[in-house]
Every structure is written in structure tokens, then in C-alpha cells.
Design a protein around this ligand. Structure first.
Ligand SMILES: Nc1ncnc2c1ncn2[C@@H]1O[C@H](COP(=O)(O)OP(=O)(O)OP(=O)(O)O)[C@@H](O)[C@H]1O
Ligand SMILES: [Mg+2]
Length: 444
């Protein structure tokens, strides 16, 4: 438990009135890591969390914000997770490839040394109850964890039924996870669930998914290099001053360089601030904030009848983020500014991973089902074409040439046709009775 003295409380209350509080909070998250403003803003909100609620019918709605970082190697994912796990009260860092039997969730294990009784061993998500579970390389988790994770993320409980043990453990934690793309690098044009080894149903339980893409960019590279080199130089100077008797470097020199990587609030204070907010602040949605979220949701959903940009799940994510935003300034009112901040963050995330590249629209199906509406429609069209061509051909199958020309008549370019054929084949909706000839599988 984080202890908060009278004195701490005075400082917390004073700091909460600082108009620059949000920037300072961001500036307190892993300052040695350059950039990643959107991720850091989201992590600030994750630290504070939304308000957990129990409804009259007994259902519990989580307040914890789940977040996933997917990205190229060496983009500081592990660093960020380690930082947060040290910063947040009651948090732990674990790898998806955990070696213990309990893994991420929990397991019944036989006590080898004693009488051979079965006992319950808690995994990472149980140990992080009321904190943040930082799970690195979550794509590499064990099969048994994968199924338990659904329950852990939504109901925030983990049930174990094995060897006469029947137990439900609480895991009221926020999940901050990182994953690497299967193909090594992230590809914006491939649906996210095909790139990381996680099913769409699990992905859709994250409130936020950020892709971290490392592409050469002169300005950014130069700034990032400066930041990293400067950080190292500051560290070197510090060591030099510490270890050698007559160092030419002064405290001033060191301080100047260190400024870049000094958090706005020291971790000890931030931890107290967060603990204070989570204990004492239970903000309520104000009418204008509520209306803003409602309008935004309805407006985006009605922008098209075919596309599903959001599901009610995202609406809940908006609420949690807005509540967290109010908590940052210790306010018991969720205002329209908080609603805007939540919308802003979610739009940033959807722009990166939930955009249908062909139409430029948000399409949550890309995340929840792994396939966009336009791809879906194209696959249906192609099934029709193959069915028709097979009916007309003597050997009962459609040749690739005919499919391509018929597809192009219907306005689908050949690259897209081939991609859709691959997908249909993989789904088992069509098969290839002989090379480059396709047939629709019976049940479709
Ligand atoms: N934006 C950045 N600012 C400062 N340092 C960075 C940045 N990006 C990467 N680094 C540095 O690069 C190194 C690699 O980072 P890290 O191991 O966290 O990457 P990762 O994303 O976990 O990679 P992998 O996917 O291979 O596990 C770290 O030492 C980190 O400090
Ligand atoms: Mg890593």
C-alpha cells in the first residue's frame, strides 16, 4: 500500500490545479524514451483508470483500461512496460512465455515436497490485482492462458477447476501488453490479427491498440538520435564525475544534460498521486460530456450503413478514458474536455490500426473480425463469379484467367482478386481441384 502523509496530500492537491498537469504527467512517463506522445498520454490515463461500477443487477463493469502495443523490434516496447511496472502501484512485469506453471493466469499445482496435495498458484494477472499487469510478448503465451485471458480481461476473474480445486481468483487489473508481428515487421496493410498471434476476439477486448512502426524519417531519426545520444552522454558524465577524482565536468554540466531525461514528477510522488486519485476520486459524467460522447458515437455509426466503425465496446472505452482524464486533475466531474481527450486518443489509435485503407474509413471489423467490409464484399462477389463460371465450364471449375477478366469487368483489380482468392482458399470457402482452377466448396 502506498502511504500518503498530510504533507504529500498538500502537494498533490496543489499540483492538481496546475493547468499544465497533462503535459507534466506525460513528461513523467519514461522520459528517456523519445517521442511516443500518444502512447504516453494513453499510459497516463491507464495509470489512473476509469471508475469500476456495480450495477443493481449485480453486473460489474470494469474501470481498468487495457492497452496493447504492437510493433517493430527495438521500438522500446519492453522499456515502456518495465517503466510502467515500476511506476504503478501494485504492478508486475512478466513475459508471455512465462515458465511457471501458473503462467499469466493461475494453475493448480501439485506440491512435490509435501504430501503431494494440490494447491493453487497465482499467475501474473492475479498478482497484479488492483494494479497494472505489464505482459511482454503476450503473443507467445501458452494455450491455457489464452482461453483464461478472455475471462480475465472482461470479468476480471480467473476460474480454476482442476484436481478437486474449484476456485475463482480476482484479477482486477489493467493489462498493458506488448506483442511483435509474426512477420518481423508491422505491415499497415494486413489486418492486425493476422500479424500477431492473437485471435480477434481477444484483440477486441483491448480499449486501445497502438502500432509502433519504425520507418526511416529524417527529422524524426535525427531528433531520436539526438535524444538517445544526449541521454548516454549525460549518463557517462554522471559516471565520470562519480568515479574519477578530478573530473573536468561540473554538476552544472551534468544537470543541463540530465534535464532532457528528468521526469516532471519523480516516480515516488507520481505513485502517491495516482494512489490518492484512485482512492478518493470518483468522477461523474456531466450532461454535456455525455451528450458529446453520444453524438460522436451515433454520428460515426450513421456515417455509413455498411461500415461498423464502433461497437458498444468502444463506447465503454470512451467512458473509461474520459473518467481517467477527470481523475488526472482530481476532478469529480467528467467534463466535455475529458470527453474530447478520450475521443482524441481513440481516433489516434483507430487511424493507425482500424482504418480501411481502401475507403479511408474507420472500420472496427478490421480488428474484431480481422477483415474489412470492402474485403468482405469482394469475397462474396468472387464467390458468385466462381460459382457462375464453374456452371458454364465443362470441367465444372473456374479458371484463373476467366476469374480475373470477369472480376475486372466488375471493377475489381487483379491484385485484389488474387488476395481475395487466397483468403477464400484459406477459409476453405473455395478449393483448387487442379492448378489455377477454382471451385466453391459445397456448403457455401
Ligand atoms: N524512442 C526511443 N527513445 C529512446 N530509446 C529508444 C527508443 N526506441 C528504442 N530505444 C532503445 O532501444 C532499445 C530497444 O528497446 P526495447 O528492448 O524496449 O525494444 P522492444 O520494442 O521491446 O523490442 P523487441 O520487439 O525486439 O522486444 C532500448 O535500449 C531503448 O531504450
Ligand atoms: Mg521487447
Amino acid at each position: 500500500e502506498v502511504e500518503i502523509t498530510e504533507e504529500d496530500e498538500q502537494r498533490i492537491l496543489k499540483v492538481s490545479k496546475d493547468p499544465g498537469i497533462y503535459e507534466k504527467m506525460r513528461g513523467s512517463i519514461a522520459p528517456t524514451i523519445y517521442g511516443m506522445e500518444a502512447e504516453k498520454d494513453a499510459m497516463v490515463l491507464q495509470l489512473f483508470g476509469g471508475v469500476p461500477k456495480t450495477m443493481p443487477d449485480g453486473t460489474r463493469i470494469r474501470g481498468d483500461i487495457h492497452m496493447l502495443l504492437v510493433g517493430d523490434p527495438g521500438t522500446a516496447k519492453s522499456q515502456m512496460l518495465t517503466y510502467i511496472s515500476k511506476l504503478a502501484p501494485r504492478s508486475i512485469y512478466a513475459s508471455g512465455k512465462a515458465t511457471s506453471a501458473a503462467g499469466l493466469t493461475a494453475a493448480a499445482v501439485r506440491d512435490e515436497f509435501g504430501e503431494g496435495h494440490w494447491t493453487l498458484e497465482a499467475g501474473a494477472l492475479v498478482l497484479a490485482d488492483m494494479g497494472i499487469a505489464c505482459i511482454d510478448e503476450i503473443d507467445k503465451m501458452a494455450e491455457q492462458d489464452r482461453s483464461a485471458l478472455h475471462q480475465a480481461m472482461e470479468q476480471q476473474e480467473i476460474s480454476v477447476a482442476k484436481a478437486g480445486i474449484n476456485a475463482t481468483l480476482k484479477s482486477r487489473c489493467a493489462l498493458l501488453a506488448a506483442a511483435n508481428p509474426k512477420l518481423g515487421r508491422f505491415d499497415e496493410y494486413i489486418p492486425i490479427h493476422e500479424q500477431i498471434n492473437m485471435p480477434p476476439a481477444l484483440l477486441s477486448r483491448f480499449d486501445l491498440i497502438f502500432s509502433m512502426i519504425d520507418r526511416p524519417n529524417k527529422q524524426r531519426d535525427s531528433d531520436l538520435a539526438f535524444h538517445i545520444l544526449q541521454t548516454h552522454k549525460a549518463g557517462e558524465m554522471h559516471e565520470h564525475r562519480l568515479r574519477s577524482k578530478d573530473s573536468p565536468y561540473t554538476e552544472e554540466d551534468e544537470k543541463k544534460l540530465m534535464e532532457l531525461v528528468t521526469p516532471s514528477f519523480e516516480p515516488g510522488f507520481l505513485r502517491k498521486y495516482v494512489a490518492y486519485a484512485k482512492r478518493n476520486i470518483f468522477p461523474v459524467l456531466q450532461d454535456d460530456a455525455l451528450n458529446r460522447l453520444q453524438d460522436y458515437y451515433v454520428c460515426l455509426r450513421s456515417s455509413s450503413e455498411e461500415f461498423i466503425p464502433f461497437t458498444p465496446r468502444q463506447l465503454e472505452a470512451f467512458v473509461r478514458l474520459a473518467e481517467a482524464s477527470a481523475r488526472v486533475r482530481l476532478s469529480d466531474k467528467v467534463t466535455i474536455e475529458d470527453a474530447e481527450r478520450a475521443i482524441n486518443i481513440i481516433e489516434k489509435y483507430l487511424k493507425r490500426v482500424g482504418l480501411d485503407r481502401e475507403t479511408g474509413r474507420f472500420d472496427i471489423d478490421i480488428i474484431t473480425t480481422g477483415i474489412s467490409r470492402s474485403q468482405h464484399d469482394r469475397m462474396l462477389t468472387l464467390l458468385d463469379i466462381i460459382r457462375k463460371l464453374s456452371g458454364e465450364s465443362p470441367d465444372g471449375s473456374a479458371s484463373i484467367e476467366d476469374i480475373l477478366s470477369e472480376g475486372e469487368i466488375q471493377g475489381i483489380e487483379s491484385g485484389k482478386i488474387k488476395e481475395a482468392l487466397e483468403r477464400l482458399k484459406r477459409n476453405g470457402q473455395i478449393y483448387e481441384p487442379k492448378h489455377n482452377h477454382y471451385k466453391v466448396t459445397e456448403e457455401y
